[in-house]
Design a protein around this ligand. Structure first.
Ligand SMILES: [Ca+2]
Length: 343
């Protein structure tokens, strides 16, 4: 049974729980129990090695917050079982051809269909928000740094902003960052100048993962905030997310779900070429992509595919205090070798 031996092996989690006065609620599990179940599912579906599983568990335990929301207050509007009725991949499993191409389940190649085919792809992206398991609730309360570490732990990496945008718009185009605008500017000023230029460029070709116009009801965006949730603290704000992929029409033409809605997503925003995750080891600053689970009632900002957000709670991605909150998750990318070299 999970409770007996696994709890002893995660004493660190217990310590965090005790220090934060987290107690088991009558109806369900503690965060630590939920995370153990989540880890089991993640390890099984993604066939993680014992070392990978250990590293993921370590990151969760060090955080004390990472998971599917505070179980004491989180109220999901849909069950996993209800989602499984709706999401075909939850029943069929990962596509073997895509899995071979990406080297991992539930990922799809990113490319520009106007000039390339899937075999040209140099990157794949998770089809679902982390843990990238159809109909699992997304992991939230994760700092950008932890998101990057979790992607690394499972053999992937954090996506660059333009990769997420390409997944959403249905065409991955070349990195289009105005690095010239970051020169001699601090991070906040650089992001402001770069995002304004970027958003101006793309204002005429707005699109959403599901089509050319914003449409309520298509994505996981009709949930609610917890009563009394103001300011976003752990005790008052439930992560009232839907299971990932619960809205099958909320899918981009490249096969990626929930880019709009459900959990907002941490991405890497490079301020210089060497900070492109797709190019090397360094990372840039934080970027929040997409929208979240109450967006249909509260459109607090834009959420078209190539829109870049302000530097909200901004920091370097690897800052130990990078932002986390109840509606913010992430998904991972993976660099792959193209299967057909261009002549
Ligand atoms: Ca999302």
């Amino acid at each position: 049974m999970i409770f007996s031996y696994r709890f002893r092996s995660v004493a660190k989690v217990l310590l965090v729980l005790l220090t934060t006065s987290q107690v088991m609620v009558a109806s369900g599990q503690t965060l630590a129990e939920q995370n153990e179940a989540l880890l089991e599912e993640l390890s099984l579906v993604h066939r993680l090695t014992p070392d990978q599983t250990r590293r993921v568990r370590e990151i969760f335990a060090e955080s004390g917050f990472v998971g599917q929301g505070n179980p004491q207050i989180t109220r999901h509007p849909m069950t996993v079982e209800q989602c499984r009725e709706r999401q075909p991949l939850a029943r069929s499993g990962s596509d073997p051809e895509l899995e071979r191409r990406c080297g991992a389940p539930f990922m799809v190649p990113l490319f520009d269909p106007n000039s390339e085919s899937a075999t040209d792809a140099r990157v794949c992206i998770d089809q679902f928000e982390f843990p990238d398991v159809p109909c699992a609730f997304p992991v939230v309360w994760v700092r950008a740094r932890e998101a990057a570490e979790l992607c690394t732990a499972v053999g992937k990496r954090l996506c660059d902003a333009h990769e997420w945008e390409g997944a959403c718009a249905g065409a991955l185009t070349a990195p289009d960052y105005r690095f010239d605008l970051s020169v001699n500017r601090d991070e906040a000023a650089a992001v402001k100048a770069m995002r304004e230029a970027h958003n101006r460029t793309h204002a005429a070709d707005k699109s959403w993962s599901y089509g050319g116009q914003y449409q309520p009801g298509v994505c996981a965006a009709a949930s609610s905030k917890s009563e009394g949730c103001d300011g976003g603290n752990w005790r008052q704000c439930g992560s009232n997310t839907y299971p990932a992929g619960a809205f099958p029409a909320c899918r981009s033409s490249l096969g990626v779900y929930d880019l709009n809605g459900n959990a907002a997503e941490h991405m890497n925003l490079p301020l210089a070429p060497e900070q492109l995750a797709s190019r090397g080891d360094q990372l840039g600053v934080t970027e929040m992509k997409g929208s979240w689970f109450i967006f249909d009632q509260y459109r607090a900002h834009e959420d078209w595919c190539r829109w870049r957000a302000p530097f909200w709670h901004g920091s370097r991605v690897m800052d130990p205090k990078s932002h986390h909150n109840y509606h913010l998750g992430f998904r991972c990318c993976k660099t792959v070798a193209p299967q057909r070299e261009n002549p």
